[in-house]
Write a protein that binds this ligand. Sequence first.
Ligand code: SF4
Length: 129
Amino acid sequence: MAKALPGKYNPRRLLQRVSNDLPELLRSEELWLCAWCYRCTERCPQGIQPTEIFLLTRNLASEEGRIPKNPKAIIREIMRSGRSVSVPDGFDEWREGYGLPPIGMTISPKAIEEQRKIFGEELLRRLDA
Ligand code: SF4
């Protein structure tokens, strides 16, 4: 991610901000840019686990209802359809033109209901905050 967003995202700087600038960092979208690839965790010669630190820090931010718009949209779509990306209108017609069946729901309504129970009321509260 640091290579993709030079000057905007740097895991070293983010780690420094976790210890030196936590209140401000919890309000920052930079915290949500880690792609969770675990490269830094695998390569760190000191055994530091930045990925886990960023995940825990995100959890602190979400407890305060500070989830940026894009992650919120992804979570809502997973809760709605089981997919992380919504299917655009007209997609099934487009597929039909190629002789493909409708894409349908990824998971059954029963599984979505179970998923909602697992996510729980707390996640809904954080999404609506
Ligand atoms: S896990 Fe580490 S290397 Fe991967 S995107 Fe996040 S900070 Fe960067």
